[in-house]
Design a protein around this ligand. Structure first.
Ligand code: KG4
Ligand code: ZN
Length: 384
């Protein structure tokens, strides 16, 4: 079964093609991500309207690349009836630039051998989600391929199907599992009593962990996105622990919630007091920001691990690209005294947004196909 997946929830335009063989093994045929970092870097954050415009521009070329890489792109000239053109233009009436590009694509290339379309329909930035959803609808209609909608947060968890250790091999004895999703938009803890059965037990009350990295980097004038920049700078810091001390908000509360906005404010005030902002200062500050975030994430997650007698811990989301976070989580889990917990972290290149994770999550929803006419984006979609 070949799945074509589309991801446009934030500022990455992703299209992937995944082949699921008869023995249920996965073969990645392509995974193309067109990043908009350059467009958003000068503003220090993502502007939804601009991101939507970029998705409109990128989707058809990214589709072409993804099909080409998967060896599924075949040239074949085609006349499109005025009735079909009318439907396509109606589906993409809010994305006229995309409509034009996609229609010329349809006129040039043959229908590829794809069995299912999977598209992220939430949560995320509303205008961005709609571009991907409308694009998926247009393809589904024109090529007559069934479609499934995919929750972006679940996709961050399901990407762990692609690592060396696979969460699909989990047995009943490996539950309950706990999932920590840490991204630019979300910081949530889910208890999973069985594969795919979620219960939210904690989440951030304000900023997400990735958002905190991004906002702190903006305060320090380091660039965007903040996570990878801060993590690189922190690696270069030779003084650990650093002389700068930042708070660890909510680290000792009894619940499993998080709060990161106070940390960002503390960084702002600390930075105002510093006169000479040399390279040494920036490295130390980066190292302390990173450690403050890691400390809170690990403490709260391990509290839940102990309280719920968790057997498996699954991490997901852009922030899990952070090497120090992965290292410290591995050590913390290894050092648990009474419990043995198996830790899953996404493959290095698949932590941040990509459509391959959408494809994998889509595969597990293959029996939940919906008519393209019924598909809608939902910026506030929750995990249930
Ligand atoms: O999952 P993702 O790609 O997009 C959302 O769904 O939000 O996550 C993006 C977030 C950004 O905030 C980015 O700064 C952060 O992940 N991030 C990192 C690292 N790489 C990306 N944070 C810390 N360390 C990293 N190496
Ligand atoms: Zn994401």
């Amino acid at each position: 079964m070949k799945i074509l997946a589309i991801e446009t929830s934030c500022d990455d335009t992703g299209i992937a093609i995944l082949d699921v063989r008869k023995d249920n093994s996965f073969k990645v045929l392509s995974n193309i991500v067109s990043s908009q970092i350059k467009v958003h870097a000068k503003y220090g954050g993502v502007y939804p309207v601009m991101a939507k415009r970029e998705h409109q521009r990128n989707l058809a070329p990214v589709l072409q690349k993804a099909l080409e890489k998967a060896m599924l792109l075949k040239v074949q000239k085609l006349e499109i009836s005025s009735k079909k053109l009318e439907v396509l233009n109606k589906i993409l009436e809010r994305e006229p630039e995309l409509a034009k590009k996609l229609i010329s694509f349809f006129k040039k290339y043959r229908k590829p051998n794809i069995d299912l379309i999977a598209v992220t329909n939430g949560p995320g930035l509303e205008p961005c989600l709609w571009v991907g959803v409308n694009f998926a609808k247009a393809i589904s209609y024109f090529w007559n391929i069934p479609i499934v909608d995919v929750n972006h947060i679940k996709a961050h968890i399901f990407v762990n199907m692609l690592g060396d250790k696979k969460i699909k091999e989990l047995k009943q004895k490996d539950f309950p599992a706990l999932c920590l999703v840490v991204s630019g938009g979300h910081t949530q803890l889910f208890l999973m009593r069985d594969l795919g059965k979620y219960e939210i037990i904690g989440e951030t009350r304000d900023d997400a962990a990735g958002e905190c990295f991004d906002k702190c980097a903006k305060i320090l004038d380091l660039g965007y996105p903040g996570g990878p920049i801060i993590s690189k700078l922190a690696q270069k810091s030779d003084r650990s622990p650093t002389p700068i001390k930042l708070p660890r908000p909510m680290i000792n509360t009894k619940d499993y919630d998080f709060s990161f906005s106070g940390l960002k404010t503390a960084v702002l005030y600390a930075d105002r007091k510093v006169k000479i902002k040399n390279a040494k200062y920036k490295k130390e500050m980066a190292s302390e920001i990173q450690q403050a975030i890691i400390d809170v994430l690990i403490k709260k997650t391990l509290k839940a691990v102990k309280d719920f007698n968790v057997k498996t811990l699954i991490l997901g989301g852009g922030v899990t690209a952070n090497k120090e976070l992965k290292k410290q989580f591995a050590t913390a889990v290894k050092n648990l005294i009474i419990q043995r917990v198996e830790l899953f972290v996404p493959p290095a290149n698949l932590s941040t947004d990509n459509a391959l994770m959408t494809a994998v999550a889509g595969y597990f929803r293959r029996n939940k196909k919906i008519a393209w006419q019924k598909l809608e984006a939902n910026a506030n979609l929750r995990v249930e």
